[in-house]
Design a protein around this ligand. Sequence first.
Ligand code: ADP
Length: 475
Amino acid sequence: RHALGSIGKSRAKFISAEERTGVTFDDFAGQEYIKRELQEIVRILKNDEEFQDKGIYCPKGVLLHGPPGTGKTLLAKAIAGEAGLPFFAASGTDFVEMFSGVAASRVKDLFASARSFAPSIIFIDEIDAIGSKRGGPDIGGGGAEREQGLLQILTEMDGFKVSTAQVLVIGATNRLDIIDPALLRKGRFDKIIRVGLPLRDGRLAILKVHAMNKYFRSEEEKDTLLNEIAELTEDFTGAELQNILNEAGILTARKDLDYIGRDELLEALKRQKGTFETGQEDTTEIPEELRLRLAYREAAVAVIACYFPEPLRPFVETDISSICSQPNMSYSEVSGKVFSRKSDYINSIVRSCAPRVIEEEMFGIDNLCWMSANATSEASRLAEFLILQTGMTAFGKAYYRNKGDLVSNLATKLEALRDEYMRYGTEKCLSVLREYHSAVETITEILLEKGKIKAEEIWDIYKSAPRVAQPSVSP
Ligand code: ADP
């Protein structure tokens, strides 16, 4: 795609200070504490000398991590926009080529350009593509090449003296767990910020940002509708919320309406969820095998929900009328704060394992389909959250104590502990589903016959089902 002469040049996109990135912190909504932290960095970056007199230096690297679509790129652009500095955007995948030596020279080139424009900002998206742990499995090949690139990043970051650390490197990844620990050491990416999924209020704030250029009948109606959508979008990312509003706008135009209404928003929400209704009570359009898998999945989720009634909201009903990669079980709202203990988090991990565990149990490991994908990633996300964010595990204690100065081989330790929680989650889940196998079968039959089942009926079946004793599973 490019002339040979430019193969070692970085493919970074350059945006000058004059053009700015056009993005400010106002564009990022929710998770205010992240903005506060980054605003502070911008202040130091802009008034370098003044801060240095006080002995305060700008961090060399900031690593933003969290699921895709949570606004990491947006934040990096906002930093550049607010600081009014030139911005070099690259992706970890840009550096990796099959020709040897290319990755390293591309890194070198990128840093050289950034330095010649200093003070400036380098943004490396998907930094895990080049900065993953050395000596790990070589997925996709090019391991040695990648390693050269990584070493070059380390050299470059160590290279600039603290007093002239005028190039701020911002990295983004959704796989903190595979990042080479060397990158996380002091003087490299010494600020690690998690950009997580927004909570209810955060979702509302994000929706408000993206509703700014949309038409609603009145401010009150807009408020009510956005509040409702914020309520219904647990586990949605900022990008998905933005999509809902865009999609609603498109539907509104298609229907030739002047304002976005409730129907358009709810339909857009359904599309975003990937739930396509197949008609009111009619479930015959879903292929037989898919119905069977859906029914088993919902039955397993229902049984596990009975087994661990805490801490989630009480469930209402479930059905097999829509195909979606997360369970269809619906929950009622509870008012007031729910406070979660460690055991609640662990129970949630077990719950989230249910779709995958039942699919493997009933259809075999070689015969899995996408149906449990979302739930499974939710389980490992929960495990990571418990370990990294709550301080409730032994690891968390170490992590918190050493926050400024990360524990060595953090990623390896995290991975091992997460695997341990996932092992417990799947084993415990399997044990409960085997113990209550007869309840699972009964609920499945009812779902296949009627298409849905209510909570009361699920509870009756669960309580009266014969149980098969299982060996105990220890955490
Ligand atoms: P990431 O880099 O984490 O994958 P992006 O920054 O590319 O995510 O997010 C994609 C888009 O989603 C953003 O450009 C923005 O429009 C929207 N978005 C995501 N998170 C937020 C947020 N917290 N506030 C406002 N918009 C957001």
